[in-house]
Design a binder for this molecule. Sequence first.
Ligand SMILES: [Zn+2]
Length: 345
Amino acid sequence: MKAIRIHEHGGVDKLRFQDAPDPEITAPKDVIVKLEAAALNHIDIWVRMGATGMEIPMPHILGADGAGVVVDVGSEVKSLRAGDKVCLYSFTGCGECEFCLSDRDFMCIRVKALGERLDGTYAERVKVAPENCFPIPPYMTFDEAAAFPLVFLTVWRMLVTNARLQPGETLLIVGVGGGVAGAALQVGARIGARVIVTSGSDEKIERALALGAAHGINHRQKDYAKEVQQWTDGRGVDVVVDSVAGEVWQKSLASLGHGGRLVTCGATAGWQPNDDLNAIISKSLKIYGSTLGSREDFRQLLGFLNATQIHPVIDSKFSLNQAADAQRRMEEARQFGKIILQNSI
Ligand SMILES: [Zn+2]
């Protein structure tokens, strides 16, 4: 099969489009999926650069997100057969620890993820476990089914499992450019929350308003904590999603009302923010660190997507052999939505 492989860590020039061995059924629970599309995530770039601190067998196929059609299954696979259209849950734990035994493989210290310790989805085929295959929502294309899993799973766990966002609440999303923030906007709006977004770009705010945001604040021009307090008549918001941290962290805390919940899921402006314990204590705030999600989160998410028919936002499509161009676009932060690699073009 054709695949994008790295033989050593480094820049986009290390991505090689080449022949790789077809994955084969070697265990009774193996499933082979013929991939129609893969989607890029920042983790792909960190793995390529060797920034994860993880020992990765070389040559290695990148890619955590993908969707396609089952073409072969091992003798003990009961839930799938050739022809099934599937999207993928990326994480396989050790199967023995307290996290794996409670359906939280993604927290397992020995977890293996597609494109990290396992060969990933920048390829024509991939080998996966049956419990990591989920039916594609029938209203989605293969591109969309490759685009949503990692970001929407992350968002579902942040907003629903952790922060328990309710209809009628107010949600503030700090920095709406990235994939997770965009998905949080779509999910939050469909749950029935009023969503406020901030961005340094008027263009991104316009796009967020078109996707269902109730209010946008350009944080280069205005102090968003003050603007949020004004917009909510001094009450503050119920939930903040902050993937920026750094010097804006205190503003996120200041934007919350009493009993508010803050979900931190990244720190693009710095990992050691100036905290405000007074705000946390006096307003009885809850702070959740959140990343990725469980199979149960994924199952709930699929039900929600089928009910709401949300379409993940796709920025651009490249053919598999253009993976370097695709990753360059992501590294330069030019995208709004997901970047797709297709096998059919
Ligand atoms: Zn485990």
